[in-house]
Ligand binder design. Structure first.
Ligand code: GLN
Length: 199
């Protein structure tokens, strides 16, 4: 009998929840909207979508989800934070800091591309890891990720700056992989969910 599709959560406080759910379905996962601790049960992985990190951070506090999400990560289950979601994973934030989960050892600088290039699309620099060459990234009031610790792996860059990073099973993208139809970043999340625990 074929294995049941993995259930992958999308934090559904605010932001690009539905587009992530569609992207997860495209790579063969069953998306589950998460607003309560109980809804984390049985999930193989979790996505923190882009949106507005201030709003999402307040929602995490209001719903009592920060600690359960840290426990989710320490149980070895993978997380993918995109744009605002990446900010929420960072150890520290600059430019209107918000309380974060502190699961990624780097500094996220909010709105770091400034107002002139609020939104733009660009292809990753050649030499990206994991067959990500040619990936087209959409940036919307995107953060930049600075001062990564040595155990943060930079998987892809644009203009020399990290745009997709991984530390253990925590993945963060400063762009919006749920927009467009390139499934590679969501596929990477599913691959790490399928790998041996602690890998
Ligand atoms: N600028 C937003 C923030 O700092 C992030 C934008 C996004 O997620 N597209 O929260």
């Amino acid at each position: 009998m074929p294995a049941a599709p993995p259930r992958v959560g999308v934090l559904a406080i605010q932001g690009d929840v539905e587009a992530h759910a569609r992207a997860l379905a495209r790579v063969g996962a069953t998306p589950v909207r998460v607003r309560r601790e109980k809804e984390l049960d049985g999930l193989a992985a979790l996505v923190l979508p882009g949106g507005e990190s201030t709003t999402i951070s307040k929602g995490l506090a209001r719903l009592g989800l920060a600690e359960p999400l840290r426990e989710f990560a320490s149980s070895g289950r993978p997380l993918l934070g995109t744009c605002a979601g990446a900010i929420l994973l960072a150890r520290a934030v600059e430019n209107h800091p918000v309380p974060t989960l502190g699961l990624l050892d780097l500094v996220a600088v909010r709105n770091a591309y400034g107002t002139q290039v609020d939104s733009f699309a660009a292809e990753v620099d050649p030499g990206a890891a994991h067959g990500l060459d040619g990936l087209r990234c959409v940036f919307i009031r995107a953060p930049q990720l600075r001062h990564p610790d040595a155990d943060v792996e930079v998987l892809a860059r644009v203009g020399g700056r990290p745009v997709l990073v991984r530390q253990g099973r925590v993945l963060a993208a400063t762009f919006h992989p749920e927009l467009g139809d390139d499934p590679r970043v969501h596929a990477l999340l599913l691959e790490s969910a399928a790998g041996p625990a602690g890998a």
